[in-house]
Write a protein that binds this ligand. Structure first.
Ligand code: MN
Length: 499
């Protein structure tokens, strides 16, 4: 599955006719040089397309509406080279729906002290124009990103690059379709939610199928396709027999290969990008999908267990945001299982019954087939590994009944202190920020789920920008979080986001 999209971002430079044609010529040629420089830098994941200098209200409105309609445009970046009266921008901004970045930059890096005169000042007054434009965007209550820095500054470029990924997450969210296999797990609260509201807010289509219908697609996969995929598994992964007969082991693995192929064909045919299973409803399947789901997640499908479509959709969105990223470390659904409360070694063991995405894996991965209490099916084959280490974010989208809240927690993944030879599932182990106890208390007070969409490759800033664009409350838990500040944030959020 190719997750990378051929998006471009439009670079729109604000000015006005007051200064005469020579200044407008200079503005256009500076803008061209900047766009060419940024595109050639290799720092941005998507190219910039320069638009004609924005000088009249009619033209501004036209460009923003063109951006809305152009499927290859993922966002607009504005920059004010000169002053640009902001009343001209009102209608265009009001009608614009895609992500917006206001880049506070300037053609020249340094004030030319020896030569500066009023002509230079008229032509190069970003500091002046930025305030006029910024005021209007704020007055309109329009969500946007603001990034300051010279256009050759590597840090500014890095931040634009990160925002571009957020913008793609926003635009792509509206295309996410989740296939639910059966319903949510009985009696569980946090995996539930309002699917109509989710479609209104995030654009997600969430459809259920009887498990037997999906199992039918799995049953239709022929043996030669299954055998070819099992051969691929055996070439890619270590095999840990745990004393089982090799032929019997291979038959167990083949059941997962059949699920992988059948489920993917079903989803491709019906255009789904994320899948939800439920171990209590597996009619027609030999095993709970384990290895099969792990492989689908690695290909870029979202996943949520026990009917958790919110996590499935978030995993999909986050995988789209990291598509094509160099040296990425992985994105997966995870579940909070067990604490280590030993002082100085505190953390939470993250795992699931089976379905952790191998994109997190550090080193070799092995297939094992072992009994599973849940699922009432034969012993499922699964991939076992430990994860990479380092900072990441755990994201939980919850439905509070009247609205959604996006909780974003910065965590630090580390190696397990000791091997866990009797635990036959993929794991990671993290300590939440700002510290174990405060982080734990904060997550629970915020109402965070036991499932999360986790990524090594995205920042809390990116996910909060994504959530704000969607118009949902974002609670960020990081090094600065205190219980007192969190409670204050949630009081403000409950007032602001009340419907
Ligand atoms: Mn679970």
């Amino acid at each position: 599955m190719n997750l990378s999209q051929n998006y471009t971002f439009w670079f729109c430079v604000g000015s006005q006719e007051l200064y005469g044609p020579q200044v407008l010529d200079n503005v256009a040629s500076h803008a061209r040089e900047m766009v060419e420089g940024l595109n050639a830098s290799g720092a941005l994941p998507f190219p910039l397309t320069l638009k004609p200098t924005m000088v009249t209200g009619g033209m501004i409105r036209q460009v923003f509406n063109d951006a809305n309609l152009d499927p290859t445009c993922a966002g607009v970046i504005t920059w004010m080279h000169t002053f640009s009266p902001a009343k001209s921008w009102i209608r265009g901004l009001e009608e614009y729906r895609k992500p917006l970045l206001h880049f506070l930059t300037q053609y020249n890096e340094e004030i030319p002290y020896d030569d500066i005169d009023m002509d230079f000042m008229n032509e190069n007054q970003s500091a002046h124009g930025d305030r006029e434009f910024g005021h209007m965007v704020t007055r309109l209550g329009k969500e946007r990103k603001v990034i300051a820095g010279h256009w050759k500054d590597p840090q500014a470029r890095e931040r634009i690059a990160a925002w571009m990924r957020t913008a793609v997450g926003i635009v792509e969210s509206g295309k996410v379709r989740v296939m639910r296999m059966a319903d949510n797990m009985r009696n569980v609260a946090v995996t539930e939610g309002d699917k109509v509201e989710a479609q209104q807010v995030f654009g997600w289509e969430i459809d259920a199928y009887p498990s037997s219908e999906i199992a039918g697609a799995v049953g239709a996969v022929n043996d030669s396709d299954v055998n070819a995929l099992v051969d691929e598994y055996y070439s890619l992964y270590d095999i840990i027999l745990d004393g089982r007969d090799p032929d019997e082991f291979r038959r167990h693995v083949a059941a997962q290969a059949k699920i992988e192929i059948g489920m993917e064909r079903f989803m491709l045919e019906k255009n789904y990008h994320a899948v939800v299973t439920h171990f209590d409803d597996l009619e027609g399947l030999q095993q709970l999908p384990g290895l099969a789901i792990q492989r689908l997640e690695e290909k870029g499908y979202g996943f949520g267990p026990e009917g958790d479509w919110k996590t499935a959709a978030m995993v999909r969105v986050m995988k789209l945001m990291t598509a094509g990223m160099k040296d990425k470390k992985g994105t997966s659904m995870l579940e909070d299982y067990t604490y280590n409360m030993v002082p100085g070694k505190e953390g939470i063991l993250q795992a699931h019954m089976l379905e952790i995405c191998p994109s997190l894996a550090d080193g070799r991965q092995a297939i094992r087939c072992l009994p599973l209490l849940m699922g009432n099916r034969e012993d499922p084959a699964r991939l076992v590994f430990t994860s990479k280490t380092g900072p990441g974010i755990a994201v939980s989208l919850i439905d509070l009944g009247t609205r959604f809240r996006l909780i974003i927690h910065e965590v630090d993944c580390r190696k397990n202190e000791k091997p866990m030879p009797k635990l036959p599932v993929a794991t990671t182990f993290w300590t939440p920020r700002p510290d174990f106890k405060t982080g734990l208390e904060a997550w629970v007070l915020a109402g965070g789920a036991h499932h999360s969409a986790f990524s090594f490759d995205l920042s809390s800033e990116q996910m909060a920008d994504w959530g704000r664009h969607m118009g949902v409350e974002c609670v960020v838990l990081d090094k600065d979080t205190t219980i007192k500040s969190l409670r204050q944030d949630m009081i403000v959020g409950s007032l602001y986001y009340r419907k």
